[in-house]
Design a protein around this ligand. Structure first.
Ligand code: TYD
Ligand code: MG
Length: 409
C-alpha cells in the first residue's frame, strides 16, 4: 500500500494507484442516432451534462427531440423540458418527426424549481432542457436570461444530473460571432459541449464536439435536414457531388477531411475581367483568410495575374473546406477559371501551398485518395511524398507552377 493513513473521513474513497481506477465504460448509453454517437464517442454518459450550442433555427430542438424519442423507444424514460416553446408546439414537431413513444414525457415551464420537480416526478434516465437561456430561478435576484441566471441554473442542473445519475442535454443559443449567447461561462460547467453548425440555406448540418470529457473531439457528425427531421449522412461525398456539372472551368474536387472521415467537396472559382479600383475577393465555405494568400502565390510564383480582377471562390452545397490542404485545389480552380479552361472531370487535388509556391504535404493523404477512388476519380494532383493508391494515377508535383504545367492551365 502506498502512503497508508488513518486520517481520511470514513465516507471518502481512498486514493488508489491510477491503473486500478475503474473505467466504468459500460455506462455509456448510445443515443440511437449514429452520427451523434460518433461525436460523443459512443453515446451519453449518465450523470453528465452535454451542452448543444448553435444558432437559432439550425435544428437543435429537432435533433434533441429525435434523440430523446430514440432513447424512449429503447426503453429509457426520457423527459423533454421545453422552456421556450409550448407543449403543443413541441408535440406538433414530434408528430412531424414520428417521435411519439409513450416513454417520452413532455413538460413546458421556465422556472427552475418546477423543472426540478419534474425530475422528481418522472424519475427520467435522459433529460433535455430547451433552452438553458430561458430557464430562470426566481430565488436569484437577477433578471431571466442574464448571465448570472443562466450560469446558476446550469450549475444546479449539473449537480442534479450527477446526484441522480441522469444524462442531461442543454440547448444553448449561439450568437452570430459564435459565442454561446452570454453564457460562454457554461462551457466549463458542463462535461461536453457540442456545436451544431450549418448554412441555413443548405440542408447540411455538422455536429462537432468542442469539449468532451469522455472522449476525443476529432469526429464530426453529418446530417441532412429533411421534411421529416435530421437524417444522418454517412456518404457525404456522394451528397456533395450529386449535382456536379462536368467540363466547367473553375471547378476542382478536393478530398478534404471531416474529422477522421475523408469527404470530397467541389471547389468552384470565378474570375471576372479587369476592374477599376479595389478588386473584391469573396468566399463561401472556403477559408476567406487563405484566399488572398493563395492568389498572391498564384500571381507571384505561377504567373496567374489576378490582382486587378474580382475572385469568387466557394465550396458547393454548403460544405466547408477550411484546411490548408485545400490550397492547391483552390489555386487550380482559380487558374482554371482565369484561363477559362476546364480541368479533367475525374481529377482531384490536395496539398498545402507555401509562400514560395511549393506544394506541401497534407495529412491522411492515403485515406483521402481511397475515398476519391470510391467516388470514381481516376487522377490526382498531390504533393511529392503522396503514397501510391490503387485505382488512381498520381501527378506528384513539388510546386504550383508544375501542377499548372502538368494540367495545361
Ligand atoms: P429547430 O429544431 O426548431 O431549430 P433550433 O431549435 O436550433 O432553433 O429547427 C429549425 C428549422 O428546421 C425550422 O426552420 C424548420 C426546419 N425543420 C425541417 O426542415 N424539418 C423538420 O422535420 C423540422 C422539425 C424542422
Ligand atoms: Mg429550438
Amino acid at each position: 500500500m502506498v502512503g497508508a493513513t488513518a486520517a481520511l473521513p470514513v465516507d471518502h474513497v481512498r486514493a488508489v494507484p491510477i491503473a486500478e481506477v475503474d473505467l466504468d465504460t459500460s455506462a455509456v448509453r448510445p443515443t440511437g442516432i449514429g452520427e451523434l454517437d460518433r461525436v460523443l464517442s459512443g453515446g451519453l454518459v449518465p450523470g453528465s451534462v452535454t451542452l448543444v450550442g448553435g444558432e437559432p433555427g439550425i435544428g437543435k430542438s429537432t435533433l434533441l427531440l429525435q434523440m430523446v424519442a430514440e432513447q424512449a423507444k429503447r426503453g429509457a424514460v426520457a423527459l423533454y423540458l421545453s422552456a421556450e416553446e409550448s407543449a403543443a408546439q413541441v408535440r406538433l414537431r414530434a408528430e412531424r418527426l414520428a417521435a411519439l413513444p409513450p416513454r417520452l414525457l413532455l413538460a413546458a415551464d421556465t422556472a427552475l424549481p418546477v423543472l426540478l420537480a419534474h425530475l422528481d416526478d418522472a424519475q427520467p434516465d435522459v433529460v433535455v432542457v430547451d433552452s438553458i437561456q430561458t430557464v430562470y430561478d426566481p430565488e436569484l435576484g437577477s433578471a431571466p436570461g442574464s448571465v448570472a441566471q443562466v450560469r446558476e441554473c446550469a450549475a444546479r442542473l449539473v449537480r442534479e444530473a450527477k446526484r441522480r445519475g441522469i444524462a442531461v442535454a442543454l440547448v444553448g443559443h449561439v450568437t452570430k460571432d459564435g459565442a454561446l449567447a452570454g453564457p460562454r461561462v457554461l462551457e466549463h460547467v458542463v462535461d461536453t459541449v457540442l456545436s451544431f453548425e450549418g448554412d441555413r440555406h443548405h440542408a447540411l448540418r455538422l455536429v462537432r464536439a468542442v469539449k468532451h470529457r469522455f472522449g476525443g473531439t476529432d469526429e464530426l457528425g453529418l446530417f441532412e435536414m429533411t421534411a421529416a427531421g435530421l437524417v444522418g449522412v454517412p456518404d457525404a461525398s456522394g451528397l456533395f457531388l450529386a449535382d456536379r456539372h462536368r467540363g466547367v472551368p473553375g471547378s476542382v474536387v478536393v478530398p478534404t477531411l471531416a474529422g477522421f472521415r475523408p469527404v470530397l467537396v467541389e471547389v468552384q472559382a470565378l474570375v471576372t475581367g479587369v476592374v477599376a479600383g479595389t478588386a473584391r475577393r469573396s468566399t463561401q465555405g472556403v477559408d476567406g483568410r487563405r484566399l488572398p494568400l493563395v492568389l498572391a502565390v498564384l500571381q507571384q510564383r505561377a504567373g496567374v495575374f489576378v490582382a486587378d480582377r474580382e475572385v469568387y471562390a466557394l465550396a458547393v452545397g454548403g460544405a466547408r473546406v477550411a484546411e490548408p490542404g485545400a490550397d492547391l485545389a483552390v489555386a487550380l480552380a482559380v487558374a482554371s477559371a482565369f484561363r477559362d479552361r476546364p480541368l479533367p472531370d475525374d481529377l482531384v487535388a490536395v496539398g498545402e501551398l507555401g509562400l514560395g509556391g511549393e506544394v506541401r504535404q497534407a495529412s491522411q493523404l492515403e485515406r483521402r485518395l481511397v475515398e476519391a477512388v470510391r467516388l470514381g476519380f481516376r487522377q490526382a494532383v498531390v504533393p511529392l511524398l503522396a503514397p501510391d493508391v490503387e485505382g488512381i494515377r498520381l501527378h506528384r508535383v513539388s510546386t504550383l507552377s508544375e501542377a499548372l504545367g502538368t494540367l495545361g492551365v
